[in-house]
Design a protein around this ligand. Structure first.
Ligand code: CMP
Length: 226
């Protein structure tokens, strides 16, 4: 696909760049399709490029022994990844895997570092996003240390409901609940524990499972976050 200035203008990383800058960048960026499950960067590899999600979704993960994984974040269209090892020269900090068919844009290491020096707004955009991710990581550390597993499941559901829930008389309806394995990998527990916790919330009338979705009642905030 030919990368257009109009397309790059919508990418947060490039906000503040003028059309000439975007035209120069468009010549340096390549893109290619990826299949679901394909790994884009692997933890511990050397960093050779910055990536931007064109279409689809990727997850940023850490893998533990026995196939366990923790999901640090999910990134959709317009989000970038792979900047950390380019900036500090250390190996990749995490693995990034496509969770759907994707189109991923790539800017090589040398071009990325030169662009950061040439375009201060690009460096500021990177720093701003790093702050967002550090705040999220601080919150996740707080949740792990301060909340028990009931609290962590409750907080996951409440944030999901706030982000994408539809108001209904019974509470906020999330149309498609992520899999129990996905929730477990986001909050650092097992699928079985998530299953048990969801059942208990249901028995206590704090959530109502509706097909593939869930209604999150406001009482979950008061009673689930003990
Ligand atoms: P890098 O270390 O080069 O390769 C893995 C990438 O995953 C990393 O750069 C970041 O872009 C991304 N990443 C690492 N940790 C997080 C996190 N906590 N939240 C979101 N993205 C992350």
């Amino acid at each position: 696909m030919k990368l257009t200035i109009d397309y790059l203008r919508e990418v947060t990383l490039f906000q503040g760049l003028d059309d000439d800058d975007l035209a120069r960048l468009a010549l340096l960026i390549t893109d290619r399709p990826y299949n679901k499950g394909e790994v884009v960067v692997s933890a511990e590899d050397p960093g050779d490029a910055l990536y931007i999600v064109g279409d689809g979704e990727v997850k940023v993960i850490l893998s533990g022994s026995g196939g366990r994984e923790i999901i640090l974040d999910s990134l959709g269209p317009g989000a970038f990844f792979g900047e950390m090892s380019l900036v500090d020269g250390e190996p990749r900090s995490a693995t990034v895997v496509c969770t759907s068919r994707c189109r991923i844009l790539r800017l090589g290491r040398g071009e990325f570092l030169r662009s950061m020096r040439s375009y201060p707004s690009m460096a500021i955009n990177i720093m701003t996003e790093l702050c967002v991710r550090l705040r999220r990581a601080d919150e996740a550390i707080g949740n792990l240390a301060l909340l028990d597993v009931y609290g962590r499941v409750a907080r996951f559901l409440l944030e999901l409901a706030n982000d994408e829930g539809e108001e209904t008389p019974g509470g906020l309806l999330v149309h498609k609940l992520p899999t129990q394995q996905h929730i477990a990998s986001c909050i650092g527990t097992s699928r079985e524990t998530v299953s048990r916790t969801l059942k208990e919330f249901q028995n206590r009338g704090l959530v109502e499972v509706r097909g593939r979705g869930v209604v999150v009642r406001s009482a979950l905030g008061a009673q689930g976050l003990r």
